[in-house]
Ligand binder design. Structure first.
Ligand code: FMN
Length: 165
């Protein structure tokens, strides 16, 4: 079983959006190896058409370069990126997305892929609390067994990168 098959077996039907890329961070990489149906729904695209493209296709004029630089930098140095980006759907509407992106390492310690969990968030009304996570609230809360499993992996928890926005 390949890594992508393994991820698919677990996450094809998950309510949370998942995207796996190869480990090539430099343009035109990273290249998408896998997305689930929820990722197609989140991004407004046919999820079967996304393998082979780069996640950059979702970016637009309000996607902050400083956020992307932080994203790139964190992955380059083997870290987990947890942050918020503005992305676009094909009809031009923009949405705010929370991304928890992690390196996948082989037995030799080398990174062979990245996996990102994503969900749409909205800016919370009222005085923002400390840190970015407190400023946003998910637009949908899922409560499937996979959600519980991901919670044990602390997906979307902790480590909000500083200075990302
Ligand atoms: C697994 C994974 C998922 C990503 N998902 C997104 C995404 O949903 N939206 C986005 O704008 N960038 C996403 N990116 C980031 C871009 O692919 C790219 O790494 C980023 O633009 C920084 O690189 P650059 O400085 O060359 O632009 C993702 C990257 C990886 C590795």
């Amino acid at each position: 079983m390949t890594f992508v098959e393994f991820v698919g077996a677990f996450l094809d039907e998950a309510a949370i959006a998942v995207v796996v890329t190869d480990a090539e961070l430099n343009r035109p990489g990273p290249t998408i190896l896998y997305v689930n149906a929820a990722f197609g729904f989140l991004t407004g695209r046919d999820h079967t058409s996304l393998v082979g493209t780069s996640p950059r296709f979702m970016q637009g004029k309000d996607t902050r370069r400083t956020s992307l630089d932080a994203f790139h930098h964190t992955l380059k140095y083997g870290g987990r990126f947890h942050g918020f980006l503005t992305n676009y759907r094909p009809d031009g509407t923009k949405y705010r997305v929370e991304i928890d992106c992690r390196p996948c390492r082989g037995p030799d310690g080398q990174i062979f892929a990245f996996i990102a969990f994503q969900r749409e968030v909205m800016r919370r009304v009222g005085r923002p609390s400390v840190g970015q996570a407190g400023r946003y609230t998910p637009t949908n809360i899922s409560n499937t067994p996979v959600t519980a499993a991901l919670r044990t992996m602390r997906v979307f928890e902790e480590v909000i990168e500083k200075d990302v926005l």
